[in-house]
Design a protein around this ligand. Structure first.
Ligand code: ADP
Ligand code: MG
Length: 405
């Protein structure tokens, strides 16, 4: 019987928070679980050992460093965090051992900064568990087959946790964080957001892909494939949090209903680009997306029409995108500072009137929809960034998300 617990940056940032971490570890340990504890770097940007702070220490976001050495630097935050926790556990008579990602057997490909886990060799973890030790593993990192240290990209500790959970066939992976669970929207933006008792892997994966950073989508995919239940819960309380499981397993749970809409997500910093086919000998349909792809710019919200093309890129990619378009002789209309708002729910498939409700809710608040798109489980609308919070709040009440349980 193995339980994996993962503690995020804010859960480890000060002595008070670490006191809560200790409480959760002690409870599980005393309940007899073999315990693997995955830790992130302590704190957020500005705090001494947070990943962003380590990069700022080098300056220019670590720009002077090669990718390999940047990963070496970025892997330090979790080591400090793990050692700090190990000493705290020791002081409370809880035996533990720290393993780096590499020592814990996390083997990745060699894409520094965004490595993918290819294999988890569990021997060393199992040996330490057999000695009755709590195994603290540094999250967010692994090593290539020939021993180069790699990091897994933003939110990577979530992935470390579920990958270990899958390899160890854990009973559960508990993701401890600074909110009570998965909510109907980001509580930092939508104050009416409510906690969901149960969500399916698909639902949260979809929310995460659309910007809900409460858990990393890759982490969810790994857990889903292995069928390992995940709970997202608060470090600072004893709440049960949100259970993430298969939709059919969730059906029997209290709080699970055939909801049309499960939640909302958002992404800021989006630039909309419109290119007219008129007045140019060039064919935007042919030229534009080929050029974006060749230059590694990912595009979203793509509309291809006889009159031209319409799409979005991140504000970060916009300068390069616009330079490429200018070089090709296009004169795009550009709107930066947009936000993508996503309405997500497995139950909206085939349900009439969902789009009408969205349009109505936004029209009532005089929020212009700049573009929209839909799939069978999601409707996306593009709005101005300054309208985003109001749009989320309008949609939250239009779908009665304050009333979910
Ligand atoms: P950690 O450091 O523990 O990994 P993160 O900052 O990565 O924490 O994730 C937790 C944050 O996710 C919350 O503080 C919250 O603002 C944000 N968040 C975004 N969408 C949601 C959502 N739907 N439910 C809960 N939290 C959300
Ligand atoms: Mg996180």
């Amino acid at each position: 019987m193995v339980t994996v617990q993962k503690f995020g940056g804010t859960s480890l940032s000060d002595a008070d928070a670490r006191g809560h971490v200790l409480r959760h570890i002690r409870r599980e340990y005393e309940a007899g679980a073999g315990l693997v504890v995955v830790v992130s770097a302590m704190g957020r940007r500005g705090e001494p050992y947070a990943t962003d702070t380590l990069l700022e220490w080098i300056g220019a976001n670590g720009a002077g460093l090669a990718e390999r050495e940047k990963d070496l630097l970025m892997s330090c935050g979790e080591l400090i965090s793990a050692a700090t926790l190990c000493s705290l556990l020791g002081a409370h008579d809880l035996p533990s051992v720290v393993l780096t990602g590499a020592q814990a057997g996390i083997v990745t490909d060699n894409k520094f900064g965004a490595a993918r886990i290819v294999e988890v060799k569990t021997e060393r973890i199992l040996a330490s568990l057999a000695q009755g030790k709590i195994v603290i593993v540094t999250g967010f990192q692994g090593a290539t087959a020939d021993g180069e240290i790699t990091t897994l990209g933003r939110g990577g500790s979530d992935t470390s946790a579920t990958a270990l959970g899958a390899a160890l066939q854990a009973d559960v992976v508990d993701i401890y964080t600074d909110v009570d669970g998965i909510l109907t929207a980001d509580p930092r933006v939508v104050s009416e957001a409510r906690q969901l008792a149960v969500v399916s892997y698909d639902e949260i994966c979809n929310m995460a892909h659309n910007g809900a950073k409460v858990i990393h989508p890759r982490a969810v995919e790994i857990a889903m494939k292995a069928g390992i239940p995940v709970r997202v819960r608060s470090t600072f309380s004893d709440g049960e949090g949100t259970l993430v499981t298969h939709a059919n397993a969730a059906e029997g749970h209290i709080g699970w209903s055939d909801r049309t809409v499960t939640g909302l997500a958002h992404v800021k910093g989006v630039t909309q680009i419109a290119i007219s086919a008129e007045g140019t000998a060039l064919n935007p349909q042919l030229e534009v997306f080929r050029s974006m792809a060749r230059n590694g710019i990912s595009v979203d919200f793509i509309n291809v029409m006889p009159a031209g093309v319409l799409y979005t890129v991140t504000d970060g990619d916009a300068p390069l995108a616009l330079r490429l378009l200018a070089e090709m002789g296009f004169e795009p209309r550009v709107r930066s500072g947009c936000a993508k708002v996503s309405v997500i729910g497995g139950g909206m498939n085939g349900e009439p009137g969902v789009m009408a409700k969205i349009v109505e809710a936004l029209a009532e608040r005089q929020i212009p929809i700049l573009q929209s798109a839909d799939s069978n489980t999601t409707i996306w609308v593009l709005v101005r960034e300054e309208d985003m919070a109001a749009a989320l709040s309008a949609l939250h009440s239009a779908f009665a998300l304050h009333a979910v349980s």
